[in-house]
Design a protein around this ligand. Sequence first.
Ligand SMILES: [Zn+2]
Length: 268
Amino acid sequence: MPLYKANAIVLRSWDLGESDRIVSLYTMEFGKIRGVAKGVRRISTRFGSSTLPFTCIKVMFYGNERNELKTISQTEIVKSFQGIRESLEGILYGSVLLELTEHLINGTHRDERIFRLILKYLTWIEHETGGIILYSFCFKLLCMLGFRPSLSNCVVCRQVSPVIGNKVWFSREDGGIICPACLRERQEAISVPCEVIELTKRLISERVEGLQAYPVSARLMDEMKRFTLYFLGQYLAYPMKSIGLIEELLRDDNQPMEQAGGMIAVAA
Ligand SMILES: [Zn+2]
């Protein structure tokens, strides 16, 4: 049976039987894979800790292409993201980020950019947290997966969509802004403030570092949350456990932001 080597990030792991653990990995070389690490809970070694979430590892595994579950034979920890594990906030934000990745990627979907994106944002969350980081990650990942929202003209007829009372219509089924003429019979569409559309454009096009000083009011963050959860609903096959966590985190986020004079409070 062929043996494979890969660079991987542990997205999720859960116990199997008395001593094994199933691990979901995003690898640079093969995309998302699942493997079983046998006997890993019987002895407390680095093999055990290398199969826990928030760990970047080098992994060796084997299994036929047809086998959905590979066998993990060897691991080596590259980075354990200790900064995330040491704070409750870091764990919460990191968990949402990993769960988003786990849920949004169907099949293997190999893309080296996604591997680097997860790594970059985990590194970022080690030092700073905030709703804007999650939104930034979420929309960048959606774009890499081919789910880029259409945020300029009407997604159906390509005409410039009129702004009505500082808002535009958005249809997640169509994947973008929609004009009133094309809106007919689309009951799932929602009305979205233009500033949410503008912020989303920035989240997609700008590096997360550049978003720190961008002024975002508590009200805008609230609208952003509503829009993100609505849009995500189109692509999540089943509800995310941590979606409630996002709600809680973002609600808490609003407090320091207002105190910080309307600037994004990214620092923990
Ligand atoms: Zn239209």
